[in-house]
Design a protein around this ligand. Sequence first.
Ligand code: IDP
Ligand code: MG
Length: 168
Amino acid sequence: MQQTLVLIKPDGLKKSLTGNILTRLSETKLEIAAAKMVRVSKELAESHYGHMKDKPFFGELIGYIMGELHDRRKVLALVYYGENAIKKVRELSGATNPEEADPVSIRGAYGRVTTKGVYENVLHTSTNEEEAEREIKLWFKPDEIIFDVYETEIITREVVKERVWKKK
Ligand code: IDP
Ligand code: MG
């Protein structure tokens, strides 16, 4: 059994593709183990794409995943769980460059390359187990995932600062 991170990127949300993408992903017969809307901070974006730091398009990539290009400062983050989850989701997603992706793959059907050269490929999917673990731990807390996918521990925090609803 494996788990993999899927992000429906801001272009996917802006183009109203969420339903279509989830329908395509349901072909895998995998289980959705977690799902949430996330406002992507610069810190989260840079951490997620940390391994791309030296790429010439890094700045655009961070702006893209933060929603700056689409006026949608959010992504839908999901964890898919099941047998061979990483490969199944990856195959259905298609190649990184949407122009090279199989036209029946999700990226091939819905992605595009902008005139500035940004690959707007509508979703992110983890490549391997190591990457999936790093990414799932970055985007989700243990209790947001319905299966115990990785080892956890209980810690006690001294100072807890939290945003709550303001009392009337
Ligand atoms: P992946 O998303 O298929 O795993 P990665 O190589 O991990 O591809 O790249 C992360 C993201 O960076 C891609 O999904 C795409 O949005 C962007 N990207 C990758 N390579 C290029 C490129 O050569 N030009 C522009 N954007 C790229
Ligand atoms: Mg990748």
